[in-house]
Design a protein around this ligand. Structure first.
Ligand code: NAP
Length: 663
């Protein structure tokens, strides 16, 4: 039996109820709210409120259910966390009692020992977990509210040196704002140069109809700045933009941002060991800014890629790219063609189908999709109530989202060298293919359409999309036509396909992706001895050590750089925090040792990249069976991190000085 009540160094002095709003609802109202809650997180809250862990022996811990296991073998319906309806009812009844007891005790929480917290983590992870895994989770969740990744440059000498180490950050999206927050906390002066007039990066730019994030909002936020107020579980772009904008203002980053200003070039000056960064504003005024270090936070997906199709420029109607949707553009009542069937098209098509007179979907490859009935669902009042008021519920809910995404389906992405099937890369990947095929089959009766929309490449070869059925329903509307014949050319009036047909339209939407393999494009970055980054990378072959540092480019750091994109198994917000932690610790090393620059060793960089390439090549997305934006023109995967997120977290906790040359 797990025991509570042994005070412990780590948690005894922390007020775990800090920030909670008081519960003022009646038991009947509370009972109704409990209906919406995540069962695992609710069990944890019960333990915290009562100080009694006996429930852990009465109900099993939550289980991650993948789409394969979702239809349980016994035929019994399993709810989120793998619980039966009876188990959920039992937990809710216990929660109602626990809340009443806790209120009767004046809302005091019994102290919780560190050992108990460990037991709770183990319970929530489903059993044995390694110690470093516990640390990894504890850092992300921070039950005690202590931001473990905050920089701690407390030595007055180092703090004074920090004040003379100006840093320039390129981009005010998720990564750039985070870097600003951390540099500010460390007392390091910084300027963020942002090409847009506002904060948010990709969430500022992508405003096409239906644009929303496809990971849960409650985990798509900084670990130290949770948002309990998302209106949807998978929030719309504008809400996410507003979140980052609010964080920038709350952490006093906004005043450091130069908006509507673009970095044209950054040159390392060997004589002064400083970066000279040339910027231009919207009016063409140029200026050179100086910095001791440059952090690129430009993202991988921010330069829209128009398709190379003959005659596109001759089209007389409206021509837009999904990533540069003009303000207020409404295509209602028009004949519209959408080119592409990736993540952006998948969200745009159901929206346009509702209002367009005719919609022609020009699909080159179909997408695999995960069944997710809650994809468009609003966050209910009960969930918001619990996030605001129920002790530790919000922490454990984030834990659950984080843990399930981290553990996710990584194994199903790895290729088995002995598996010989063009449709999948391993037996586990094939089981996933069958489950995803069944999801498509459950929605499409027409055999011709089924053949068009059933992917013939392995799952995870391209990004798998979250789906609540709206996409395939849209394709089956009377005003929608799916065309899989290749596009031959565009004329003044529309798109001509390989069967000679002209699809006459008023508007063409190119949902054709981004220049993802051209990192830091189109800036000119010149390092030590006049070496150009573009030449070093031969244009599209971006490589960096840990995706962060590059040989010959002293004090240049990347966030979301080469080989850091996550396909499955992780959270991009967590990865950004790992990268910013690493960058801050590199700067700390410089300040501690009194060096001007650090530069990644070529051999360290090369060895790391060999491992990256080896593992990536043995995944579904690295398979020669697929084309995707993760690969460059030579077929090398330049976008994706091939490792488990915990491994990357370990690699980026602390820089090893031996990996660097200091000047
Ligand atoms: P994408 O995944 O690269 O998809 C581009 C689509 O355009 C593909 O279907 C591609 O076909 C097609 N295409 C490209 N050139 C073409 C041509 N010349 N003729 C015909 N078809 C052409 O781009 P995206 O949809 O913008 O998504 C990019 C990434 O952004 C996603 O993978 C995701 O990471 C992110 N994203 C996320 C969200 C979200 O969180 N919800 C939403 C949107 C985007 P092929 O597949 O045959 O190449």
């Amino acid at each position: 039996m797990v025991s509570l009540g042994q005070p412990d160094r780590m948690y005894m002095n922390t007020d775990l109820t800090a920030g909670l709003a008081p519960i003022t609802e009646t038991p009947t109202e509370i009972a109704a709210y409990l209906e919406e809650l995540n069962t695992g997180a609710l069990i944890m809250s019960i333990v915290h409120m009562t100080g009694d862990a006996s429930i852990l022996e009465q109900v099993h811990g939550p289980r991650t259910l993948d789409v394969v296991a979702a239809g349980s073998a016994s035929g019994e319906e399993l709810l989120e966390g793998g619980y039966t309806r009876d188990e959920v009812a039992f937990v809710r009844a216990r929660a109602l009692d626990a809340i009443a007891q806790w209120q009767a005790r004046g809302c005091e929480l019994p102290p919780v020992s560190g050992a108990t917290i460990t037991d709770l983590y183990r319970y929530m992870c489903g059993g044995a977990v390694e110690d470093d895994y516990l640390e990894f989770i504890d850092e992300e969740i921070a039950l005690d509210g202590i931001d473990r990744r905050a920089p701690r440059m407390n030595d007055p000498e180092i703090r004074s040196r920090a004040g003379e180490f100006p840093v320039l950050i390129i981009g005010a999206g998720m990564g750039g704002v985070l870097a600003g927050i951390r540099l500010g906390q460390a007392g390091i002066p910084y300027t963020i140069v942002e090409k847009n007039p506002g904060v948010g990066g990709t969430w500022y730019e992508n405003r096409y109809p239906g644009c929303r994030v496809d990971v849960p909002g409650h985990s798509y936020s900084y670990s130290f700045a949770p948002n309990h107020d998302w209106s949807c579980h998978f929030p719309l772009a504008d809400e996410i933009r507003a979140y980052f904008d609010e964080c920038a203002s709350r952490y006093r980053v906004t005043s450091h941002i130069r908006f509507s200003t673009e970095v044209v070039a950054a040159r390392f000056d060997d004589a002064s060991s400083r970066w000279l960064v040339e910027v231009t504003d919207g009016d063409g005024n140029r200026e050179t800014l100086e910095a001791r270090a440059v952090i690129s936070a430009v993202g991988q997906l921010n330069r829209p890629k128009m398709p190379a199709i003959d005659g596109l420029e001759q089209f007389r109607g409206t021509l837009v790219h999904s990533g540069a949707w003009p303000h207020g553009l409404d295509l209602a009542g028009q004949r519209v063609a959408v080119i592409g069937a990736g993540a952006s098209a998948f969200q745009i098509i159901p929206e346009l189908a509702e209002t367009a007179a005719e919609l022609t979907v020009l699909q080159r490859s179909p997408a695999w999709m995960f069944p997710n009935p809650g994809y468009h669902a609003p966050v209910g009042a009960g969930q918001k109530w619990a996030l605001e008021k129920l002790p530790l519920y919000s922490k454990w809910y984030r834990f659950w989202l984080f843990y399930t995404s981290v553990e996710g389906v990584y194994e199903q992405t790895l290729a088995d060298p002995d598996w010989d099937n063009p449709l999948s890369v391993s037996p586990a990947n094939d089981a996933m293919r069958e489950a995803l095929t069944a999801w498509i089959d459950s929605q499409v009766q027409d055999p011709a359409l089924r053949e068009q929309v059933l992917p013939t490449y392995p799952p995870f070869g391209k990004r798998i999309l979250q789906d609540n059925g709206t996409y395939l329903a849209a394709l089956q509307r009377d005003n929608v036509d799916v065309v899989t014949n290749a596009i031959e050319r565009v004329t003044e009036r529309g798109v001509v396909t390989s069967d000679g047909q002209l699809h006459e339209v008023d508007a063409i939407v190119c949902a054709t992706g981004f220049h993802a393999d051209r990192f830091l494009f189109p800036m000119t970055i010149v390092g030590r001895d006049g070496i150009e980054l573009n030449e070093q990378w031969s244009d599209t072959n971006g490589r960096a050590y840990l995706g962060i540092t590059v040989p010959n480019f002293p004090n240049l750091f990347c966030i979301y750089g080469p080989n850091t994109n996550l396909v499955v198994a992780g959270s991009i917000a967590h990865n950004a925090e790992s990268q910013v932690n690493y960058i801050l610790r590199c700067i700390e090393l410089l300040l501690e040792r009194g060096y001007k620059t650090l530069e990644c060793r070529q051999d360290v960089h090369d060895a790391y990249n060999r491992r990256v390439d080896e593992v990536n090549a043995a995944t579904a997305w690295g398979s020669p069976l697929v084309n995707n934006w993760y690969k460059n023109q030579q077929g090398r995967v330049t976008a994706n991190l091939p490792f488990r997120i915990i491994d990357y977290w370990k690699m980026t906790r602390q820089p090893d000085p031996d990996d660097y040359v200091f000047d």
